[in-house]
Structure formats: C-alpha cells, structure tokens
Design a protein around this ligand. Structure first.
Ligand SMILES: NC(=O)c1ccc[n+]([C@@H]2O[C@H](COP(=O)([O-])OP(=O)(O)OC[C@H]3O[C@@H](n4cnc5c(N)ncnc54)[C@H](OP(=O)(O)O)[C@@H]3O)[C@@H](O)[C@H]2O)c1
Length: 164
C-alpha cells in the first residue's frame, strides 16, 4: 500500500477543507498514478471533490463513522481495518492501493504503507491540515527527488520516500 500526497514546505496539505494550490502537472501525475487502482480516503476528502463524487476509473473506498452514509460508485467502510480488508479484496494481485487522504486518514494509515509519493511545493501556505514530516521521521527515508519543476506559485519536486 502506498500513500500519495502534495505538501508545502511545512508539510501542510490543506486549508478550510480544500487543497493549498492548483498544480496541473501534479493533478495529472495523481490521475495517471491512481487510475485503474484502488484509492482509500476519508469522508471529508471525498466531499472536497467536484460534486462530492468518487474519482473516475478507480475503486473508491471511503471511511466514515456514519453507518447510513452512501454514495454512488464508492465502497463505504466504517474503520481503517475494514478499509484495508476491502482494499486487499479489490486489489488482488494486479492493482495498487493508494491512500489519498486527508490528514486524519494519512495519520492513521501511514504506518502500514511501504512507500510515500510526495509532491513537495517549495512554498509555505496558510493551512490547517498537515501530513507527518517524513524528513524528521526515523521510519522513512528519501529515496528519490525529481529536478525542480515549475508551477504558478514557484517550484516543486516529485519525491519518493520508502518506509524503513
Ligand atoms: N494535499 C493533499 O495531497 C491532500 C489530499 C487529501 C486531502 N487533503 C486535504 O485534507 C483536508 C481534509 O483532511 P481531514 O483530516 O479533515 O479529513 P479526511 O481525513 O478526508 O476525512 C475525515 C473523516 O473521515 C472519517 N474517518 C476518519 N478516520 C476514521 C475512522 N478511524 N473510523 C471511521 N471514520 C473515520 C470521519 O468521517 P465522519 O465524520 O463521516 O465519521 C472523519 O470526519 C482537506 O483540506 C483536504 O483538501 C489534502
């Protein structure tokens, strides 16, 4: 299982329920990477998508404590353990499972992921949602980083971290 996330220079990921920045190249990377695979998310992240709709061409697993929650085109589960079981069942041997947020789901699922695909924006935004700082974690190591890439607010890098 992998985690995919876009962070700013303080490892912030969101503000007031929304993403911090628009970065077309990163959106395309996210789409290409996750399409055809399984994505696991919290209820608030689902509701942050356009129309609150699940992502196309992916198996969407949504975690909520609301037993009567239902959304067309998504598997609804009530715990992280149930999400992992459902993801395993859907992924079988040929699909990857991506944990796609938000903050509460990253926090609970990071330990059981083996790789983190981190898009790092070299700018600090106003934020209220954060990802654990992997550079300060003894459990993760930076495996690769792209060259500097441009987006409207400055530069960013595609990084891969591996769980030790
Ligand atoms: N930069 C990025 O890559 C990225 C990616 C995704 C999201 N984000 C940002 O992250 C922010 C949202 O993060 P968030 O932490 O507020 O929301 P979230 O993790 O998307 O969703 C939280 C909700 O998930 C459910 N949940 C979480 N843990 C659960 C558990 N153990 N059992 C049952 N239900 C559980 C609860 O839903 P109920 O309240 O329905 O019970 C909870 O309110 C937004 O700003 C979003 O834009 C950023």
């Amino acid at each position: 299982m992998k985690v995919i996330v876009a962070v700013d220079s303080n490892w912030a990921i969101g503000n007031k329920g929304a993403l911090l920045a628009r970065n077309k190249e990163d959106m395309q990377f996210f789409k290409t990477t996750t399409t055809g695979n399984v994505v696991v998310m919290g209820r608030k992240t689902l509701e942050s998508f356009p129309g609150g709709r699940p992502l196309k061409d992916r198996d969407n697993i949504v975690i909520t404590s609301n037993a009567s929650y239902s959304v067309d085109g998504a598997y609804i589960v009530s715990s992280v353990d149930e999400a992992v079981a459902k993801a395993k069942e859907l992924a079988l041997s040929d699909k990857e499972v991506y944990v796609i947020g938000g903050a509460s789901i990253y926090e609970q699922m990071l330990d059981i992921c083996d790789e983190a695909l981190v898009t790092k924006m070299n700018k600090a935004y106003e934020a209220d949602a954060f990802f654990p700082n992997l550079d300060e974690s003894g459990d993760w190591e930076l495996y690769s980083s792209s060259e500097d890439k441009e987006y409207p607010d400055g530069t960013f890098n595609f990084c891969i971290y591996k769980h030790k």
